[in-house]
Write a protein that binds this ligand. Structure first.
Ligand code: HEM
Length: 490
């Protein structure tokens, strides 16, 4: 018969064994696994607490330029209570672009857009609904729709530049911003806004724009005047679009514009989009496409006007096209403008307006660098990549800081040779830009018109980059002297 003390001994022994096993497991995980398996990325050296924030505020690209040579293509910046892990270059950023939403999501990091786009759309809804809303974008930007938009883009450019005199001086940046908002109004928001409500709607969009400040990224609902104006303007815009939608539905009138596509869009369960959703999706489209396109058209112009070789190549292409098609410009003719396409693509390589792309990581993952080093990125990190930095990697692009559109010409194809995700101005993979063809067509419609009709000369210094803007663009004015050509170049 076992005594009470033998029983106690047994319990002690089992307890001790348990504790010893737990300790051993802990030791193994703490000592062995980190050394052999968990290889965390190196951490940016910065002062405690606010150091990381200060490095980031100095400019993320400045920080990347300093740290990449020291730490390589994967490293972590400690920013207040967050870890931001940078993945730079195609080998390590592939996961960033391809991972499913359950692993790397946009919702948390792009939340600051919610008060601007409004409730019920994009980053305010679950991924399954967002996917359906992105399907509406895809459908609204299909080739058959783009063909109609191009005719409107061409008409807008013709009308706009017909108001220039025979010669003069203009701020090209300001002119292109204005033309692009007019074109976007027509193609995206519809003719009611373009023809009747343009001034009101532009002013409201202006307030929305000014309500998206760097501070809004961290505190989107901070009660400051800019946010209050943003919220009031959004409400007024929603009212304007509700009236337009109601009137279209009442009269049965349909148009070829994005507004109409969104009105006609249906979710998988058969539900139609609401007026509020249509308004939100249109605001999102304008935010995605307007500054990005106008900035790119300004850089394209600045580079062409400073590079006579490429300007001559563009002119020669236009001359060939006018010989072939006369003065007509449509979707298919714009698609033939390969030289101009490369000139735009190269301006965008050097100056992507979205300099930083972000995701939130929900599961651990590993990446392998070009040099074969493997890193484990823990769940909970914010993961980032930077088009502005990665587009200038010397192992991908020869003389990366030089404007050289022919690097994309057949035979060189520098972005393709280096593999997928070497050129990321439009992002790529799962969330690649849905408006890329629209943007190229719009910029080509403008620049083909300008070079055909005008001789142009840049009279201010080559523009600098405005790193402080949310969508990084051109600093100051871009003054251009123009003279109307007597004859088109044919
Ligand atoms: C030069 C002009 C443009 C540039 C440089 C640009 C750049 C980008 C980039 C980098 C992304 C990916 C963001 C990320 O991965 O986090 C993106 C996504 C997107 N863009 Fe653009 N964009 C341009 C024009 C447009 C236009 C004109 C539209 C629509 C009319 C548009 C609609 C979108 C949409 C809907 C997405 C989200 C796609 C998704 O998440 O699945 N973009 N764009």
């Amino acid at each position: 018969m076992e005594t009470e003390s033998t029983n106690n001994n047994k319990i002690w022994n089992v307890g001790l064994l348990l504790v010893a096993t737990l300790l051993a497991a802990k030791l193994i995980s703490a000592l062995i696994i980190p050394r052999s398996k968990k290889r965390l990325p190196p951490v940016v050296n910065s002062l405690p607490v606010l150091g990381g924030l200060l490095r980031f505020l100095k400019g993320p690209v400045v920080m990347l330029r300093e740290e990449y040579p020291k730490l390589g293509s994967v490293f972590t910046l400690k920013l207040l209570n967050k870890n931001i892990t940078f993945l730079i270059g195609p080998e390590v950023s592939a996961h960033f672009f391809k991972a499913p939403e359950s692993d790397l999501s946009q919702q948390e990091v792009y939340q600051f857009n919610v008060p601007t786009f409004g409730p019920g759309v994009v980053f305010d809804v679950d991924y399954s609904v967002r996917q359906e809303q992105f399907r509406f974008f895809t459908e609204a930007l299909r080739v058959n729709k783009l063909k109609g938009y191009v005719d409107q883009m061409v008409t807008e450019a013709e009308e706009y530049f017909s108001k220039w005199g025979n010669s003069g001086e203009v701020d090209l940046k300001c002119e292109l911003e204005h033309l692009i908002i007019l074109t976007a109004s027509r193609c995206l928001l519809g003719e009611e806004v373009r023809n009747k409500l343009f001034d009101d709607v532009s002013a409201l969009f202006h307030d929305l724009d000014n309500g998206m400040l760097p501070i809004s990224v961290i505190f989107p609902y901070l009660p400051i005047p800019a946010h209050r104006r943003r919220d009031q303007s959004r409400k007024k815009l929603a009212q304007i679009f509700t009236n337009i939608i109601a009137s279209r539905k009442q009269t049965g009138k349909t148009e070829n514009d994005m507004l109409q596509c969104f009105i006609d869009s249906k979710y998988k369960d058969g539900r139609q989009t609401t007026e509020s959703e249509v308004t939100g999706l249109l605001i999102a489209a304008l935010f995605a496409g307007q500054h990005t396109s106008s900035i790119t058209s300004t850089w394209t112009g600045a580079y062409l006007l400073c590079n006579p070789t490429y300007m001559s190549a563009v002119l020669k292409e236009q001359k060939n096209l006018t010989q072939k098609h006369g003065n007509k410009v449509d979707h298919d003719i714009l698609s033939e403008m390969e030289v101009l396409h490369r000139c735009i693509k190269e301006a965008l390589r050097l100056h992507p307006p979205l300099i930083m792309l972000l995701r939130s990581s929900h599961s651990d993952f590993s990446v392998k660098t070009h040099e074969g080093i493997e890193y484990d990125i823990p769940k909970g990190h914010i993961v980032a990549t930077s088009p502005a930095f990665a587009n200038r990697l010397p192992q991908i692009y020869k003389n990366p800081d030089k404007y050289d559109p022919d690097r994309f010409a057949p035979g060189r194809d520098e972005d393709k040779v280096a593999g997928a995700f070497s050129y990321i101005s439009f992002g790529g993979g799962r969330h690649g830009c849905l408006g890329e063809p629209f943007a190229y067509l719009q910029i080509k419609a403008i620049w083909s018109h300008l070079v055909r009709k005008f001789e142009l000369e840049l009279i201010s210094p080559f523009p600098e980059i405005d790193w402080n803007a949310m969508v990084v663009g051109v600093k100051g004015k871009v003054m251009v002297r123009y003279k109307r050509r007597e004859l088109s170049p044919n």
